[in-house]
Design a protein around this ligand. Structure first.
Ligand SMILES: NC(=O)c1ccc[n+]([C@@H]2O[C@H](COP(=O)([O-])OP(=O)(O)OC[C@H]3O[C@@H](n4cnc5c(N)ncnc54)[C@H](OP(=O)(O)O)[C@@H]3O)[C@@H](O)[C@H]2O)c1
Length: 327
């Protein structure tokens, strides 16, 4: 089978489509015929080994050939022993950590949720990590519910564009966003009340003033004091990711500044890490099926062009998601 692989930590120039043996499912696992895979920042963190501290978990060196990609949607082709919740022929989606950009992928059955017929493979793959992260950041860490006032910082990105829509699905009364001017129309079309262009407000233009109960932040570019000022009494900010920070620690630097520096100005900030995705993949798939949530897919690419897609993602201004189609 064909797969996008690497055999050392590398930038995208070291990735290539190679012929690989079809993986075999073990106990509790399933083999998926991949129809679509979506790209996440997580993928380039993995193949670059960047930030370097990640290598403590992923291996100081890459010793075997690895396949890129975590978010997958496709059809169950074979089931391993002990799998009771999925059957051959089921349409499934989920985040599998590694191995999504291939014609076949193997993962633990618990990582996957059934996709309703109304959810395309592209939508299922696009929503696996990004929408689940948005849901968990809003619902579990932020406590967003009926009547909440929410600001999404990074509202045009993979996580952010889902957060705008999911905040509304959870009952938020006000949902505002921050993104580049080019993406303001897209975020507005998703139902945001006000969308602020960070390029303009950094030059003195209109900026969010709140008050917000929750600020979901995927970039951590604003000073702590500014975020504190826009929060209502008792409000908090949820850190999903952070730009910059350098090669060794990457987002940890921005997250640390917000958590520790925030305390000095009385800012209630919490960082979150998405987990236990499959039940939430199912919730999001239900919302996609009934039209509550619509994944924005900027572009789809064949596997042969996945390296170009990853370069585009690394540049950091994709509107919504990029999806690789395989079948
Ligand atoms: N905690 C978790 O479990 C978890 C899970 C998934 C992702 N993440 C992290 O969350 C972050 C966001 O992920 P994503 O998939 O949404 O990324 P993405 O699709 O690349 O989105 C990035 C967002 O950042 C905005 N942006 C780029 N440059 C900016 C700048 N200079 N100032 C302000 N905003 C800027 C972009 O807006 P424009 O394009 O409009 O410029 C876009 O909205 C990443 O760091 C990722 O690693 C964390």
């Amino acid at each position: 089978m064909q797969a996008l692989t690497y055999d050392r930590y590398t930038d995208s120039s070291g990735l290539s489509v190679t012929e690989q043996p079809q993986p075999e499912q073990g106990e509790g696992q399933v083999l998926i015929r991949v129809h679509a895979a979506s790209l996440n920042a997580y993928d380039w963190h993995m193949y670059k080994g960047d930030p370097t501290f990640m290598r403590l978990m992923q291996g100081l060196r890459v010793k075997e050939r690895r396949t890129v990609g975590s978010d997958v949607a496709g059809v169950v082709e074979q089931v391993g022993s002990g799998v009771t919740e999925l059957s051959v022929g089921d349409r499934v989606g989920g985040s599998i950590g590694r191995g999504a950009l291939a014609e076949y992928a193997v993962t633990d059955a618990v990582n996957l949720a059934l996709l309703p017929d109304a959810v395309s493979y592209e939508a299922g793959a696009a929503s696996a990590m990004a929408a689940v992260t948005a849901l968990q950041a809003l619902r579990d860490t932020g406590g967003v519910g009926q009547g909440s006032r929410v600001l999404v910082w990074g509202a045009s990105g993979g996580v952010g564009h889902f957060a705008v829509q999911i905040a509304r699905a959870l009952g938020a009364a006000q949902v505002d966003g921050v993104c580049s001017g080019a993406n303001v129309p897209m975020v507005t079309s998703l139902g945001a009340d006000q969308v602020f262009d960070y390029g303009r407000f950094e030059a003195g233009g209109p900026q969010p003033t709140g008050p917000y109960d929750v600020v979901i932040d995927t970039v951590v570019t604003a000073p702590n004091k500014q975020v504190k000022r826009m929060l209502a009494d008792g409000g908090s900010t949820v850190i999903v990711g952070a730009l910059g920070g350098g090669k060794v620690l990457g987002p940890v630097v921005g997250i640390g500044k917000r958590l520790v520096g925030g305390k000095l100005v009385g800012l209630k900030a919490r960082a979150m890490l998405a987990s236990d995705a499959a039940p939430d993949v199912a919730i999001v798939a239900g919302w996609i099926a009934d039209g509550t949530v619509t994944p924005v897919i900027q572009q789809t690419y064949p596997l042969a062009d996945a390296v170009s897609a990853l370069r585009e993602l690394e540049a950091g201004h994709v509107a919504g998601k990029l999806v690789i189609t395989l079948a």
